[in-house]
Design a protein around this ligand. Structure first.
Ligand SMILES: [Zn+2]
Length: 313
């Protein structure tokens, strides 16, 4: 990790609740802004990095329960930040992808028999590899971070486009499954993205979402020390707000579940609410002792949803 100079996207604008449109003034400011540009490096907008415990001003929506940043960085500044974000989480991405693949086991038999699969926020393509193991062959990934793309395995890299999901890029009904894993918190406009996902799904197809649950016990206990409070997150969901987002995007049968994550010990330590120097020391000690890679399953407050595009009555 380098401390190379990094331009914080300081161009910010006030915004209403990105799920239900309630004005930011109507909500309670849950946490004031906590930013220290001097401590930010290019990993600020990367997934699964050492948390900086910095975040935007966060407002709690009184209508849908979303916790959202307002003001938040403007769209273009954000796009540039993601394009140039660092990437150093390949091993964790593999573990996460196999956990999500396990969740998908019950979903796959209920999907339409034909059609493509789209992974929005594909990172280094680890989940595309898991989808291929599930027998899917028509796969498309979208990922805006160049460093994540550079880390992709050569056999999945051709499947990933350097882009975000935009309306009109794919014909209606092109896909039977759209996945959006640990990405929805990063989107400037999650409602538009999920409406677009709804449009490119076949009837009977599903959107598979994984995100943090801000109301999970671990996150409530840690409060502001939880790694979910981070500058990369423009909104944080609870079961109620994720459900509201999916329904507003047009999905009907919405299934939510909490699940456990399996990661190497050294990754859990990276997320722990300890000082950075302490964590680096402990991680190095674990690795020297040869146990840093031991995998451990813990309930850390993640939420999964499978939302179906309804068949016509
Ligand atoms: Zn709302």
């Amino acid at each position: 990790m380098t401390g190379a100079s990094y331009q914080l996207p300081l161009e910010t604008a006030a915004r209403a609740c990105p799920v239900c449109g309630t004005a930011a003034d109507a909500g309670r400011v849950r946490y004031g802004e906590r930013l220290d540009p001097a401590r930010l490096d290019r990993f600020a907008f990367a997934s699964r990095k050492l948390p900086e415990l910095m975040h935007w001003r966060l407002v709690e929506c009184p209508v849908c329960d979303l916790l959202f940043a307002s003001p938040a960085p403007a769209g273009q500044a954000l796009a540039a930040a993601y394009r140039d974000a660092g990437y150093d989480s390949r091993e964790e991405a593999q573990y996460a992808a196999s956990t999500y693949g396990g969740l998908l086991r019950e979903v796959v038999p209920r999907l339409p028999a034909e059609g493509g699969v789209l992974d929005v926020g594909a990172g280094d393509g680890a989940f595309l590899g898991v989808l291929r193991e599930h027998g899917f062959d028509d796969l498309v990934g979208l990922e805006p971070s160049l460093a994540a793309l550079a880390a992709a395995d050569p056999d999945v890299r051709p499947l990933i486009r350097e882009d975000v999901l935009r309306a009109g890029d794919y014909e209606p009904g092109r896909f039977r499954l759209v996945s959006c894993l640990q990405t929805v918190e990063h989107l400037r406009d999650p409602l538009v993205t999920f409406q677009t996902a709804h449009g490119v799904l076949q009837e009977g197809g599903a959107l598979f979402v994984v995100c943090h649950d801000r109301r999970a016990v671990t996150n409530r206990l840690l409060g502001r020390r939880s790694p979910i409070y981070d500058i990369e997150h423009l909104q944080l969901f609870s079961p109620r707000s994720l459900h509201a987002l999916l329904e507003r995007a047009g999905f009907r049968d919405v299934e939510l579940c909490r699940f456990r994550n399996r990661y190497p010990l050294r990754y859990w330590l990276r997320l722990a609410p300890l000082g950075r120097r302490t964590k680096r020391g402990l991680i190095a000690a674990l690795d020297r002792a040869g146990v840093g890679a031991v995998a451990l399953t813990l309930p850390v407050g993640n939420l999964a949803a499978v939302a179906w595009r309804q068949l016509p009555a």
